[in-house]
Design a protein around this ligand. Structure first.
Ligand code: RAM
Length: 331
């Protein structure tokens, strides 16, 4: 009796394994990131893998170049076309440079969306913003003001690359909304290319050449971490603050050292999960993601596509010493 049960159980396991192996080939969704080795994208991949598991029969291919260039992404896209993936969900290093390669992908029937950092409309079906761009811009200014006495003083921006769609939009939003923060004065913007070492050097450059700057706002997880380290290493904690968009798991030390009092981010796991859900629905033909449509995104609910084929996921959240420990365990 026991033996029969055991045999039945192993047969069931074998069948299940075969089933999932056969299913794994059903749909391939490529999650193309700005660069490998960035914690934010690794967290997004967690969510993408979670969605794939939940949907079943989906393989998520997590890929990207080794540095944040459009050229590197074009090579990746071409190889994904050759592999015959079903969908590409990309966070772009440049809104325009990747368009011809992505158009080629779409001509071959591959469903292309952008997420996080957008692609120009002609190169994708839709774009998933993490949140409202205006809100992200406002939040960055609010965080800067919160680090200054009476919200007054000079600040500088440490961004990613000069062509990065998302950072450029957020910087534009910050500039537009500066009028609502009369105490803030933007001195300069520098670019660390989402490379830890370049971001560190650029932050250091600000510390030595712009001694009036009291806050560095980095709307990039790589930049905000590097700048916090630079401030600490320069012995300027309490004199210059860093804030912006960061990962709690990477920024716990910066909160502890006092290099930052608070920073923000949306949930990157949810973002990767949502992008994968959308790509899946497109491949299945359950949606065309046209403006006005609502896309089923599993546990994230329905995502509404607005003007220009753009959607927004959820509001960013602020992290400080009261909650950093809890969230640093998650992403
Ligand atoms: C970096 C990347 C990413 C951005 C976050 C905030 O990880 O530039 O595109 O959304 O920062």
């Amino acid at each position: 009796m026991k033996l029969t049960k055991l045999l039945l159980a192993s047969a069931a396991i074998a069948l299940a394994t075969m089933g999932s192996a056969a299913q794994a080939a059903d749909m391939k969704i490529a999650l193309v990131v700005k660069s490998l080795g960035i914690g934010f994208f690794e967290a997004a991949n967690k969510g993408a893998q979670e969605a794939a598991k939940e949907l079943g029969g989906v393989e998520v291919i997590y890929t990207g170049p080794t540095s944040t260039t459009a050229e590197g992404q074009i090579e990746v896209i071409n190889s994904l076309i050759a592999q015959g993936v079903d969908a590409i969900a990309i966070s772009a290093n440049d809104p325009d440079a990747v368009v011809p390669a992505l158009k080629k992908a779409m001509d071959r029937g591959i469903k292309v969306i952008s997420w996080d950092s957008g692609v120009a409309p002609e190169g994708r079906i839709m774009h998933l913003n993490p949140s409202s761009n205006a809100l992200i811009g406002k939040m960055c200014l609010q965080l800067a003001a919160n680090h200054l006495p009476d919200g007054k003083g000079d600040f500088a921006i440490l961004s990613a690359t000069t062509t990065s769609t998302n950072q450029n939009i957020w910087i534009e939003e910050m500039k537009k909304q500066l009028k609502d923060f009369p105490g803030l004065n933007l001195v300069t913007t520098v670019y660390g290319d989402d490379l830890a070492d370049k971001s560190y050097r650029e932050a250091n450059g600000l510390l030595t050449s712009q001694t009036n700057v009291k806050v560095i706002v980095a709307p990039t997880t790589v930049g905000v971490l590097a700048a916090s380290q630079a401030v600490k290493d320069a012995g300027k904690i309490g004199d210059v603050y860093v804030t912006g968009l960061g990962l709690p798991s990477e920024m716990a030390g910066a909160i502890q050292s006092g290099a930052t009092k608070e920073f923000a981010i949306w949930n990157p796991i949810d973002l990767g999960y949502s992008a994968t859900q959308i790509a899946y629905r497109l491949v299945k033909g359950e949606t065309d993601a046209a403006p006005g449509s609502e896309i089923d995104a599993g546990r994230m609910g329905k995502i509404k596509v607005g003007d220009g084929g753009e959607a927004a996921m959820a509001d960013p959240f602020v992290y400080d010493k009261s909650n950093i420990e809890e969230f640093s365990k998650i992403f």
